[in-house]
Design a protein around this ligand. Sequence first.
Ligand code: HEM
Length: 127
Amino acid sequence: MSALEIARIALLVVHLVGSAAIVGSFILQMPWRERFDFSPLLVGSIVQVASGCALVAVRRIGDMPVLEAKMVVKLGLALVVLALVVVALVQQRRLRAAGASDSRLRPLLYVAGFTAIADIAVAAAWT
Ligand code: HEM
């Protein structure tokens, strides 16, 4: 097995763990009504963008096929997740400083979680 193939597999493992961090923490918090923890979604979405771009680079270097349109869609969805989580964290900090509940951030958690699941669907279905 070549060094490039080892790098691709290691990055893919990181990519799958990042995906699990987002979707796992979303599913865990689905029944919650307040005091959400957006940090696993933040770390997960940063990991997905970084490892996804690195996977594209490794595949290009190794002359492996890369579906450009699929990658643009995946990157777009991942950036939506990241943006939603950053907005949620900023809002949560403001609400906490005011001593208010963060219950109104629940829709942001749901949209971020389902957007990440849509990214998994794109990864699986677009071949
Ligand atoms: C929330 C964001 C994301 C999720 C949940 C996600 C999920 C997945 C999953 C489950 C796979 C394995 C299935 C497959 O091989 O098709 C995969 C593979 C892949 N993803 Fe993502 N992904 C995300 C973001 C990205 C981004 C932003 C990029 C790059 C711009 C990217 C590039 C890739 C590539 C190149 C593979 C194939 C790896 C290989 O087999 O060599 N992904 N992704």
